[in-house]
Design a protein around this ligand. Structure first.
Ligand SMILES: Cc1cc2nc3c(=O)[nH]c(=O)nc-3n(C[C@H](O)[C@H](O)[C@H](O)COP(=O)(O)O)c2cc1C
Length: 153
C-alpha cells in the first residue's frame, strides 16, 4: 500500500463535549457523483470512530502542501499532540467542523457503514463543498510526506 501515492485529508467530527475533533486520513475516495458520495475507512481504535458512530456526520478536509504540520499533528493520538500547532475551525452546515485553509472541505452525512475487521467503512453523502485551491496538494507516498513540485492550474 505504501507504493500507492495518495492525497492526505483530515477527517473532522464533534467529540462527546461538542468540540471539534480531527484525525489524519488517506483512506478517502469518491464513491459516486449521483448522489455525491465519498467514503472513508476508520479504525475502531481511534477516537474518531466513536464520534462518527455517534454523530453520523463527518467532514473531510483535503490538505495542501503548506499543511504537512497538521497532517503530522492529527496523526498522533490526542494525548500525544503537543501544543504549538496552529489551526482554526469554523462550523459548516450540520455543525460539522471545517479546518480553515484546507484545499477542499466536504461536509458529509453517513448514509452507509460497513464493518470489516478492525475498521468501519463509512459512506458519506456530500451535503456541502467549499473550495480554496491556493496550494498544491499534500501527498503521502512510501510512508512519507510527499510534495509534488508541478503546479497544476
Ligand atoms: C498519512 C496517514 C493516513 C492515515 N489514514 C488513516 C485512515 O484512513 N483511517 C484511520 O482510521 N487512521 C488513519 N491514520 C491514523 C490516524 O490518523 C491516527 O490513528 C490518529 O491518531 C487517530 O486519531 P483519533 O484517535 O484522535 O481519532 C492515518 C495516519 C497517517 C499518518
Amino acid at each position: 500500500m505504501s507504493l500507492f501515492a495518495t492525497g492526505v485529508t483530515v477527517v473532522t467530527s464533534l467529540d462527546d463535549h461538542g468540540e471539534p475533533h480531527s484525525m489524519t486520513a488517506n483512506s478517502f475516495t469518491s464513491v459516486c457523483l449521483d448522489p455525491p458520495t465519498v467514503l472513508i475507512c476508520v479504525a475502531h481504535g481511534t477516537h474518531t470512530y466513536g464520534y462518527v458512530e455517534k454523530n453520523r456526520r463527518f467532514g473531510v478536509n483535503i490538505l495542501g502542501d503548506n499543511q504537512e504540520e497538521l497532517g503530522v499533528y492529527f496523526a498522533k493520538r490526542p494525548e500525544d499532540r503537543q501544543e504549538g500547532t496552529e489551526y482554526h475551525y469554523t462550523l459548516a452546515e450540520g455543525e460539522i467542523p471545517m479546518l480553515e485553509d484546507s484545499m477542499v472541505f466536504f461536509g458529509c452525512e453517513v448514509v452507509g457503514a460497513h464493518v470489516y475487521g478492525d475498521h468501519t467503512v463509512y459512506m458519506g453523502e456530500v451535503k456541502e463543498v467549499i473550495r480554496n485551491e491556493e496550494h498544491n496538494p499534500l501527498m503521502f507516498y512510501k510512508s512519507r510526506w510527499y510534495h509534488p513540485t508541478d503546479r497544476m492550474e
